[in-house]
Design a binder for this molecule. Sequence first.
Ligand code: ATP
Ligand code: MG
Length: 247
Amino acid sequence: MKVAVTGKGGVGKTTVAAFLARCWRDLGREVIAVDADPDANLAGTLGYHGPDIAPLASLKALIQERVGGAEGWGGFLRMNPRVDDIPEQFGIVVDGIRVLVMGTIERGRSGCACPANILLREVLNHLLLTARQCVVVDMEAGVEHLGRGTAESVDAMLVVVEPGWASLQTAGRVAELAGHLGVRNVQAIANKICGGDDAAFIRAHLAGLPLLGSLPFDRELELAARAGSVSGDSPFYREVLRIAQRL
Ligand SMILES: Nc1ncnc2c1ncn2[C@@H]1O[C@H](COP(=O)(O)OP(=O)(O)OP(=O)(O)O)[C@@H](O)[C@H]1O
Ligand SMILES: [Mg+2]
C-alpha cells in the first residue's frame, strides 16, 4: 500500500502520516515514511531528536554520481539513474520505521530538468512503483509537485481536513488536481474533531470526497510530541489503526 498525505497547512498531515506509519509497523508491515515537504518534520514527529538529517536534495555528490550534470559533463544527464539502493542507504530508521527526507525540490524555470529533481522524482517513482514496503508520503500542501506518472502510482491520496472552511476548500482543489493527475482513489480524513457538530460540518461539505475516517482532537498529541514520546493507546492512535486496516 502506497499513500500520499496532503491537505492545507497545519491540518495535521505530518501527524497523520507519522501515525499511519506507526500503525502499519505495529501491524507487522515494513514501512518507508517519505518526507516530501521542504519544511521537513516527519522524523521529528516520529520521535527522532538526533542531529539534523541531510535531505536527499542536498547530497550534491550523490546527485552528481547518479544523475550527472556537473560542469565538464557537457550537460549530460542520466534521466533514469539507479536509485533502488537509496532508501536503504540514506533513510534513517526511527523506531522501526525507515524515514527518507527528500528536501526542497526546485521549481520554476529549471523545472524537472535539474539533477536534484531527477533524482528525487526517480526515488519517489521507485518507491511508489516497485518498493515492496508500505510507503507513506508526507506532502507539502497541493499536488503539483507529484508528476503524472508518480501520482498515478499512489494507491490512495489522503486529504486531511479540519473543521473549517479553509481546509475543505483546499481539499476540493487537491481532489480536482489529483483527478487531473490520474489519481483514482482520493479520500478525506477528518482531523481535530471535537464533537458531533464538527463531524457533521465536515461531512456536509466534503463535496463528494469519501470520508475514510475521523480523528479526535487530542491535546495529548502535542504534549507527547513535546516529550518525544507517543502513546500507542490513545483514541487518536486507535482511529488511525482503523484507517490503516481499512486502506
Ligand atoms: N488531532 C489533533 N489534535 C490535536 N492537535 C493536533 C491534532 N492533529 C495535529 N495536531 C497538532 O497540530 C499541529 C499541526 O500538525 P501537523 O504538523 O501534523 O500539520 P501539517 O498539516 O503537517 O502542517 P504543515 O502544513 O506545517 O506541514 C501540531 O502541533 C500537531 O501536534
Ligand atoms: Mg507537515
